[in-house]
Design a protein around this ligand. Structure first.
Ligand SMILES: Nc1ncnc2c1ncn2[C@@H]1O[C@H](COP(=O)(O)OP(=O)(O)OP(=O)(O)O)[C@@H](O)[C@H]1O
Ligand SMILES: Nc1ccn([C@H]2C[C@H](O)[C@@H](COP(=O)(O)O)O2)c(=O)n1
Ligand SMILES: [Mg+2]
Length: 247
């Protein structure tokens, strides 16, 4: 089955480190990324048919990133997005917590890092995300809480070979984030005042520069994270609905 491709560049942008980029032109890669999961050959208007091997295709997917401070509501909105638009939700924090529970070789290091409100080394988190991406049949990913710092961002681009299509930033006042985290009641080791203070400092120093980076690239959608969950989803919905029309 062939699918026509139009207006791709605003949705996808593989990085220069992508191995396939050395072999094909940008427009090919855009289309390949865009159409992942449909075909191992694609038709592009004006360019004709391009064939890719499954291995090459496996490199490409369509993904959005959700960013925002602790308790800003990323996880909550992800559930709604998944329900409505069918993305695969990958929460970096959940994957790290699962790793702690599995008592893997990194478990105690991850636990201590999270308790201390710091960021786990990129290669550990990326390995977990990558494993999930590679084993998922759904190639539309919603990555929640990653990248958290420039090092996360650069390492992800180098290892995975692509940038997010769209980045949502949940803008929430500090007092509200603190209130929500302290009321969360999910037994998280980092939901206490001491760790929250540290997480907020890390968020401001390390996460906000990444948000600004995506803003400069025109990929950022700022969401006002104050209001009811449904009111916030009313702002989120149009961003995803616009993409759905062309997937
Ligand atoms: N709009 C909202 N109004 C009030 N409470 C909310 C709202 N959205 C989410 N919450 C609640 O706030 C808490 C934090 O939300 P959530 O876990 O989605 O945040 P998060 O951004 O994923 O945080 P973290 O980065 O710490 O994982 C949860 O208890 C959730 O039920
Ligand atoms: N990219 C990431 C994401 C998360 N972590 C650690 C540090 C966070 O405080 C903790 C919880 O994450 P959340 O569930 O709030 O998204 O997990 C990290 O080190 N690197
Ligand atoms: Mg969360």
């Amino acid at each position: 089955m062939w699918r026509r491709v139009s207006s791709l560049t605003q949705f996808v942008s593989p990085t220069k480190s992508s191995s396939i980029l050395n072999q094909v032109s940008l427009i090919h890669v855009y289309a390949c990324t865009f159409l992942y999961g449909f075909d191992s050959s694609i038709y592009i208007e004006d360019l004709g048919i391009i064939h890719y091997t499954d291995t090459q295709l496996a490199k490409f997917f369509f993904f959005h990133v959700l960013s925002g401070g602790p308790g800003s509501g990323k996880g909550t909105q992800c559930e709604k997005i998944v329900e409505t638009f069918g993305f695969k939700h990958l929460s970096a924090g959940d994957l790290l917590r699962r790793e702690i529970d599995s008592k893997s070789e990194y478990g105690s290091m991850i636990l201590n890092t999270i308790k201390d409100g710091r960021i786990v080394p990129s290669e550990v988190t990326i390995k977990l995300i990558q494993k999930e991406m590679e084993s998922s049949d759904n190639k539309k990913f919603l990555i929640d809480g990653f990248p958290r710092c420039e090092e996360n961002r650069v390492a992800f681009e180098q290892i995975i070979g692509a940038e997010p299509n769209i980045v949502l930033f949940f803008d929430c006042p500090v007092e509200e984030m603190v209130k929500r985290v302290l009321n969360r009641n999910q037994g998280r080791v980092d939901d206490n005042m001491d760790t929250i203070k540290k997480r907020l400092k890390v968020f401001e120093a390390l996460n906000l520069p990444v948000v600004n980076y995506y803003a400069e690239k025109g990929k950022l959608h700022k969401i006002c994270a104050l209001g009811t969950e449904d009111e916030i989803f009313e702002q989120v919905w149009p961003v995803f609905a616009a993409c759905k029309q062309v997937i």
